[in-house]
Design a protein around this ligand. Structure first.
Ligand code: DQA
Length: 146
């Protein structure tokens, strides 16, 4: 059994009502529950955290280094494209992480094409909507078994 941490960044608490034509109509609570259930089936525990605040996200990543987290799944939302602080936090804790995006960021505005996280990630899953989170859990399982 490994402990996995799912982190969602700004505005992802609005999933369900936020731009459903881009992000779908599934609320974050359901996405988290489905990912946790997938993790449990694979014998892992999934902790979930969402914040709209960059500093809180940094602090949760830092805490992961000491709480037994084996791997982080992260959709950093808009901070993906801007936050050196999140990149540095992920780099500092040196835990493997998988980057997830609901939408295909490469089919959207050019400012979304750049991620400050991807080159440090074990892998990146984009464009599959809520399914991407379950795929990320499966990928995490494979990473941890390898
Ligand atoms: C997102 C893509 C980001 O560009 C955007 O700022 C988000 C959501 C996604 O899941 O598709 O908030 O990370």
């Amino acid at each position: 059994m490994s402990r996995l941490l799912l982190i969602n960044g700004p505005n992802l608490n609005l999933l369900g009502s936020r731009e459903p034509q881009i992000y779908g109509d599934t609320p974050l609570t359901r996405i988290e529950a489905a990912a946790a259930s997938e993790a449990a089936q694979l014998g892992h525990q999934l902790d979930c955290f969402q914040s709209n605040h960059e500093g809180e996200l940094v602090e949760r990543i830092q805490a992961a280094a000491a709480d037994g987290t084996a791997l982080i799944l992260i959709n950093a939302g808009a901070y993906t494209h801007t936050s050196v602080a999140l990149r540095d936090a992920l780099s500092a804790v040196a835990l493997p992480f998988i980057e997830v995006h609901l939408s295909n960021v490469y089919a959207r505005e050019t400012f979304r094409h750049r991620s400050l996280l991807s080159d440090l990630a074990a892998g990146v899953i984009v464009g599959f909507g809520p399914l991407g989170y379950r795929l990320a859990v499966i990928a995490a399982h494979q990473q941890l078994s390898a």
